[in-house]
Design a protein around this ligand. Structure first.
Ligand SMILES: *Cc1c(COP(=O)(O)O)cnc(C)c1O
Length: 391
């Protein structure tokens, strides 16, 4: 079905940050398959891990324990907080699990069934299933699908007074992206996430961080929440991951602290494919590669390089560029115009970018990108802007 407006290109193969289409044209990939291909394309180690696991065992269901899944769960919790993990297959499913868990925790563990409401943010994106869509604060995604879940209150991103006013004894949870990605790569104002944590605690509401896009090292720490504020982490009750988690093999994750996770019992929630041996082996390989190749520190330093380059570009084209935002390898160049035509012209010059929030050029390259590749992409974007200014 036509749910996408595809570019007239068929990709044939990839290597690192490069892709080639079926006509043999080469592209520098600053999208990483929408923040998915953490190790870029054609990584031999990831390919071997997937192939080896495929020969050994692809799928068994969760009626039995899965060795690689157990190891992966331990690794993901170790990087975050002690807790338990539910495995599924996408970001929407991970958020669906988080929302259901929050409701069930309030109902079953705390004995407050009236606490079913959710607080979410304008401009947010949490996925396309009915639950995830119900907390997505963008009209274009919701249009034609209503009525959605009742009891969802939307407040402006970064407005602590509005959040506090929306919280009540009926609130189950607040769900937020620590950096709004699809909405236009928006970083909340300093102190907001820390204030949000305190407001949730005061109101008895759970705090859910949707790190589907910001997680898996993209912002320079494994979870973006580790550096939520200048003075340190802001720790949620539930965090969700997907996109980069298994380097392109579908997987979603909802990690909750122990007391919250107890609300799910055998039968409460499930996923046939969730955390299967194949996806878990791929994700486990990503875990090891991140440490062995020092990809967190790399995303951090490359991110600074990217910020500097984007800032120079912004200074050179003040009539086109409104600003630079983001962190690590998730950054946006906000334009005064629609970003889609610029993305199209950049692609014709061999650089792949994507649009976030209509007017923002999103840079989310593989974590293995080099300084030189970032420079090449920036130079092509500069030429694209200059050429269309002249035209
Ligand atoms: C992409 C995204 C989702 C949805 O993930 P899918 O795997 O497409 O379901 C949810 N939340 C955020 C923050 C995302 O960027």
């Amino acid at each position: 079905m036509s749910t996408y407006r595809q570019a007239p290109v068929v990709m044939a193969r990839g290597e690192g940050c490069l892709l080639w289409d079926t006509e043999g044209r080469r592209y520098l990939d600053m999208t990483a398959g929408i923040a998915v291909c953490a190790l870029g394309h054609g990584d031999p180690g990831l390919a071997d891990a997937v192939a080896t696991q495929a020969r050994r065992l692809i799928h068994t269901s969760n009626l039995y324990y899965v060795e690689t899944q157990l190891e992966l769960a331990a690794a993901l919790a170790r990087r975050a907080f002690p807790g338990r993990i539910f495995f599924c297959n996408s970001g929407a499913e991970a958020n669906e699990a988080a929302l259901k868990l929050a409701r069930r925790y309030q109902h079953v563990v705390r004995g407050q069934p009236e606490r079913y409401e959710l607080v979410a943010f304008h401009n947010s994106f949490h996925g396309r299933t009915f639950g995830a869509l119900s907390v997505t604060g963008q009209e274009k995604y919701r249009q034609g699908f209503e009525p959605l879940l009742p009891g969802v209150h939307f407040v402006p991103f970064g407005d602590l007074a509005a959040v506090t006013a929306a919280l009540s004894s009926r609130t189950a949870a607040v769900i937020i992206e620590p950096i709004q990605a699809e909405g236009g790569v928006l970083v909340p104002p300093p102190g907001f996430l820390r204030g949000l944590r305190a407001a949730c605690d005061a109101a008895g509401a759970l705090l859910i961080f949707d790190e589907v896009q910001t997680g898996v090292g993209r912002t320079g720490t494994f979870y973006a929440f580790e550096r939520a504020e200048a003075d340190g982490p802001v720790v949620p009750d539930i965090v969700t991951l997907a996109k980069g988690i298994a380097g392109g093999v579908p997987m979603g994750v909802a990690l909750a602290r122990e007391e919250v996770a107890r609300a799910f019992e055998p039968g409460s929630h499930a996923s046939t494919f969730g955390g299967n041996p194949l996806a878990s082996a791929a994700a486990l390989y990503i875990q090891r590669a991140i440490d062995e190749r020092g990809l967190l520190a790399r995303a951090d330093s490359l991110g600074r390089h990217l910020t500097a380059g984007l800032s120079r570009l912004a200074a050179a084209h003040p009539e086109r560029v409104a600003g630079v935002r983001g962190r690590g390898l998730l950054q946006g160049l906000a334009l005064h115009e629609d970003a889609a035509p610029v993305v199209g012209r950049a692609r014709e010059r061999g650089v792949l970018l994507s649009v976030a929030g209509g007017r923002v050029l999103r840079f989310a390259p593989p974590l293995v990108v080099s300084d030189a590749q970032l420079d090449e992409a920036l130079a092509q974007v500069a030429d694209t802007l200059a050429a269309s200014a002249a035209a």
